[in-house]
Design a protein around this ligand. Structure first.
Ligand SMILES: NC(=O)C1=CN([C@@H]2O[C@H](COP(=O)(O)OP(=O)(O)OC[C@H]3O[C@@H](n4cnc5c(N)ncnc54)[C@H](O)[C@@H]3O)[C@@H](O)[C@H]2O)[C@@H](O)CC1
Ligand SMILES: [K+]
Length: 532
């Protein structure tokens, strides 16, 4: 599912009307009718109910007027609350206002903070007639929002979000919750927290950038009649990682009946150090559960006993360059080992010892195989950012916002304000080459590649904010690369499977599961996706 930016969406609307002659008022009518159908499907009939509709100054408000008209036709008592003087509306919203007036539908102008304060009393009058609220419709601002909410606009949003209002009925946001920036997901002052969002033509990035905590609630995409050819030629570079997309990108993971371990790749992992041996075990576990044929853990001498006994399915390769950590003195033997391996995972728990840093930077430059770089591997790259060599092969970087902040020298607060832009910056500024992929972890994990494509993941939950989750993910991505997926697909499918496994645990028991539990669920998540 393509996710256009606000300006791309405006272009799609424009092309539908200018190139194909579809009048914008028809698009608006389709939007309103589609929303009412969605509401009826979700909430049941609306006769003998009432519905407050908050109407803003632009076309989003116009959608609200169409919705009100069609609810009225089905027996609902609509109450329009205009946040601007409706006589000053122009274009399609003005036309729809004229129809509302002809139909003598009741409306109130609430264009000051004081007038917003009167809304609860007006609603109480409806309730005193024994009517229940069907839903509250937020048609204040859509993708045309261009500055922070203030004054009575802010007050209206606060009223919709207030505890007293929430008990009245579900909130349905029109196109996008008012106050939410469509491209970045940033809240401009404050934003409506909706139960449902009816969005038009295409969903927008902001609907999914907050992961399972989205203020958009359940999102329904309403077909308003924009020809698919317009959407497909819109140059949209952001895509939602849906079940269908991930299925399509992972079909090559299907196992032949005659498959043997040699067919499924050999992963080499450099992870862990004294006190952080668990990072290596979790990465190896993630990789084995995600189907890597063979996994070998590079092993500093001091960790020999732990690595040897913790996970019998993984092999170990003793590295004697340093007792406690990986070292540049291990380079020759590691390079020999890599000749028989398909993919390298580096970073979880390795620390930032100078000898380790030299090793990682040299491998970054020389290893021809795909390399997944996580945690301290990323911190080492960040410290060397000024003189970073060109990578020797495909590289997949898996930072969380703090690590990305060090990598691209951008404040992590600024990264969180616009994660889509930050991940794009990272893949161009830092990663550079066509085969580079950046995975920005968090609620609504992002994947960006050197071709300019960006993906928003749809799986995962707050239970994943726990130790070792990233280690498991690096192993999963390494395993998918081993099984032949291209770097972008390995990252995309890896984050999806990781989140999907965690979602099974969250549904069964809520937060408190371990990273290792997530690894153990990967085969179920994979089976759900691939059937085999
Ligand atoms: N153009 C089209 O063909 C279609 C547009 N549709 C609807 O139109 C919406 C976009 O319409 P518009 O471009 O008119 O934009 P909006 O309706 O989102 O609002 C833009 C108006 O709000 C004002 N504004 C922006 N931020 C403000 C703030 N913080 N405080 C006060 N005023 C503020 C702007 O100056 C402008 O007057 C979409 O989200 C969708 O709901 C749908 O009807 C489908 C068809
Ligand atoms: K809205």
């Amino acid at each position: 599912m393509k996710l256009p930016s606000a300006s791309q969406m405006q272009q799609l609307d424009r092309r539908a009307s200018e190139q194909y002659g579809i009048p914008t008022i028809v698009l608006m009518e389709n939007a309103g009718v589609g929303t009412v159908r969605m509401a009826l499907d979700e909430l049941g009939p609306c006769n003998n109910t009432f519905a407050p509709i908050f109407v803003g100054p632009g076309n989003n408000g116009g959608d609200g007027l169409v919705i009100g008209r069609h609810l009225h036709q089905r027996g609902c008592e609509v109450m329009f609350f205009f946040l601007v003087n409706p006589e000053k509306l122009s274009g399609d919203p003005a036309t729809n206002f004229k129809i509302v007036k002809q139909l003598k539908l009741p409306y109130h102008v609430v264009d000051t903070v004081e007038r917003i304060g009167m809304i609860p009393m007006l609603i109480a009058q409806k309730e005193s007639k024994g009517l229940c609220c069907y839903a509250v419709f937020d048609a204040i601002f859509g993708i045309g929002l261009c500055r922070e909410l203030s004054g009575h606009f802010k007050k209206a949003v606060e009223l919709i979000n207030s505890a007293a209002f929430k008990t009245k009925g579900p909130v349905i946001a029109i196109d996008i919750p008012s106050g939410l920036d469509s491209d970045s997901g940033k809240t401009l002052g404050c934003c409506v927290t909706a139960d449902y969002t009816a969005t038009y033509g295409c969903a927008k990035p902001a609907h999914f950038l907050h992961g399972s905590g989205s203020p958009a609630g359940k999102v329904a995409v309403i077909d308003i009649g924009i020809p698919p050819a317009v959407v497909n030629s819109g140059g949209i570079d952001t895509t939602l990682a849906t079940d269908a997309l991930v299925k399509q990108r992972s079909t090559s993971l299907h196992r032949a009946i005659t498959s043997h371990k040699g067919d499924n790749g050999h992963l080499f992992i450099l992870a862990g150090s004294a006190g952080k041996s668990g990072a290596a075990i979790l990465a190896a576990k993630g990789a084995l559960r995600a189907g890597a044929g063979l996994v070998t853990l590079g092993c500093p001498i001091q960790l020999k006993d732990i690595f040897g006994s913790a996970l019998p399915e993984a092999m170990t390769f003793l590295l004697s360059g340093s007792d406690t950590c990986f070292s540049i003195d291990d380079l020759a033997v590691i390079e020999r080992e890599l000749a028989t391996k398909d993919v390298l995972v580096v970073g979880p728990g390795i620390g930032q010892d100078q000898r380790t840093a030299e090793l990682i930077l040299t491998l970054y430059e020389r290893a021809k195989c795909p390399m997944v770089i996580d945690a301290d591997g990323l911190n080492i790259l960040a410290l060397a950012a000024e003189s970073l060599p060109q990578p020797g092969g495909p590289r997949i970087y898996t930072p969380h916002p703090g690590e990305l902040s060090r990598l691209i020298d951008m404040d992590s607060g600024a990264i969180n304000q616009d994660r889509l832009e930050a991940v794009k910056l990272a893949v161009t500024k830092f990663a550079g080459s066509k085969d580079s992929v950046v995975v920005l972890k968090g609620a609504g994990t992002l994947v960006a590649d050197g071709s300019g494509q960006r993906y928003i993941n749809t799986t995962g939950n707050p239970g994943m904010a726990a130790a070792g989750m990233g280690d498991v993910l690096s192993g999963i991505i390494g395993a998918l690369l081993c099984q032949g997926l291209a770097p972008t697909d390995a990252a995309l499918c890896g984050v999806y499977l990781h989140g999907s496994a965690a979602d099974m645990l969250f549904a069964a028991q809520g937060p408190g599961f371990f990273a290792g539990d997530v690894a153990d669920r990967i085969p179920c998540a994979r089976r759900k996706l691939l059937v085999v």
